[in-house]
Design a protein around this ligand. Structure first.
Ligand SMILES: N[C@@H](CCC(=O)N[C@@H](CS)C(=O)NCC(=O)O)C(=O)O
Length: 286
C-alpha cells in the first residue's frame, strides 16, 4: 500500500482534511480511472484539481503532498495515499460495496493491475506522440529543475521514481518520442490486448460476469489509445465492443470528456501525421 509516512508529508495542512479528497487532473488517465472507481462506488469526495498543463504538480505545495509529483493523490481523513492502483485497492477495502476487487480473484486482479501500471510509461509515450503535441505536453526546464531540487521522501527514503520521471521528460524534450519507442510501446499493447480479447470470449467483463477494477483500468487505456489512433475495431473487435458498452455508462463517459480545443488539436495532429505517413498505424505497422 503506497500510504505516505508522516515524515514524507511536508504540506501539513492535508493532515487535517477529513473525508475523501482527491488531487487530480481532468485529462490524466490515472485520475480518470480513480474518478470512475469513486463514481461506481458512490463515494462522495472533495475535488482538488492540479493543473498538469500548467505544471502545478511541481509546486512546493503539491510536492509537499506527493514528492513523486504525480496525480492522483487520495487523502482520507488526513492519510495520504499515492499510486492509483494502490488507491483503488485501498478504497475497495475501506468501502466494500459494491466490491470491485473480488476476494476470490484478488491475487490475479492485483497481478493484472501491476501489468497495467508497468505499461503506464508506454501509454504516456503514445499519448505524447499521437494525442498531445509537444508544444502542449513538454515541461519547462525550470519546472523540472524545481522538481529535481525539491528533496522529498516516499516511505522515508528518497524516491527512485523521480529519476525515471525526470529521464522521461528530459528525453522527450530532446528527441520527442521516436518511431522505435512508439513501435515498441504499441507492440506491447498489441500483445496484452490479444490476451484481454481472449478473456472476453465467453464473458461480458474482463474478470467474468461482473464489472471489476480491471475493466475500469483497461477502459481508460483503451480510451486513450483509441484517441491515439490504435485500431481496436480491426485488431481486437471484442475489446472494441466492450469499450463502447462501457462508454455508454455515465459513470465512465463523464470522466473522459475531451475538452473541445484538445479534440481539435488532436484531429489536426492526426491530419498532419496522415499526410506524412506517420500515424500510429503506419509507424508501428499495426
Ligand atoms: N503509477 C502512477 C502513475 C501516475 C502518473 O504518471 N500520473 C500522471 C498523469 S496520468 C502525472 O501525474 N503526470 C505528471 C505530468 O504529466 O507532469 C499511478 O498509477 O498513479
Amino acid at each position: 500500500m503506497a500510504r505516505l509516512l508522516d515524515e514524507d508529508i511536508k504540506t501539513r495542512e492535508v493532515l487535517d482534511w477529513q473525508g475523501i479528497h482527491l488531487l487530480h487532473f481532468v485529462g490524466s488517465a490515472c485520475s480518470q480511472k480513480t474518478r470512475i472507481f469513486l463514481n461506481l462506488k458512490g463515494i462522495d469526495w472533495v475535488s482538488h484539481p492540479v493543473n498538469l498543463g500548467a505544471q502545478r504538480n511541481y509546486t512546493p505545495w503539491f510536492l509537499g503532498i506527493n514528492p513523486r509529483g504525480l496525480v492522483p493523490v487520495l487523502v482520507h481523513d488526513g492519510a495520504v495515499h499515492i499510486e492509483s492502483n494502490d488507491i483503488l485497492t485501498y478504497l475497495d477495502q475501506a468501502f466494500p460495496a459494491p466490491k470491485l476487487i473480488s476476494s476470490v480473484a484478488r491475487e490475479e486482479t492485483l497481478g493484472l493491475l501491476r501489468e497495467e501500471d508497468d505499461l503506464h510509461l508506454d501509454l504516456r509515450a503514445l499519448s505524447m506522440r499521437f494525442v498531445i503535441p509537444k508544444f502542449l505536453a513538454g515541461k519547462k526546464p525550470s519546472s523540472l529543475e524545481a522538481y529535481e531540487r525539491t528533496l522529498g521522501t516516499v516511505g522515508g527514503v528518497p524516491d527512485p521514481r523521480k529519476a525515471i520521471e525526470l529521464g522521461f521528460w528530459r528525453d522527450y524534450a530532446r528527441q520527442g518520442i521516436s518511431d522505435e519507442h512508439a513501435t515498441s510501446a504499441a507492440r506491447k499493447f498489441q500483445q496484452v490486448y490479444g490476451a484481454l480479447e481472449a478473456r472476453l470470449g465467453g464473458q461480458p467483463y474482463l474478470m467474468g460476469e461482473s464489472l471489476s477494477v480491471i475493466d475500469i483500468a483497461w477502459f481508460i487505456y483503451t480510451h486513450r489509445l483509441s484517441a491515439a489512433g490504435y485500431p481496436f475495431e480491426r485488431l481486437h473487435p471484442a475489446i472494441h465492443r466492450w469499450y463502447l458498452a462501457l462508454l455508454e455508462r455515465e459513470e465512465f463517459s463523464k470522466e473522459v470528456q475531451v475538452p473541445p480545443p484538445l479534440g481539435l488539436i488532436t484531429r489536426g495532429l492526426h491530419a498532419v501525421q496522415a499526410v506524412r505517413g506517420s500515424t500510429l498505424v503506419r509507424v508501428a505497422g499495426l
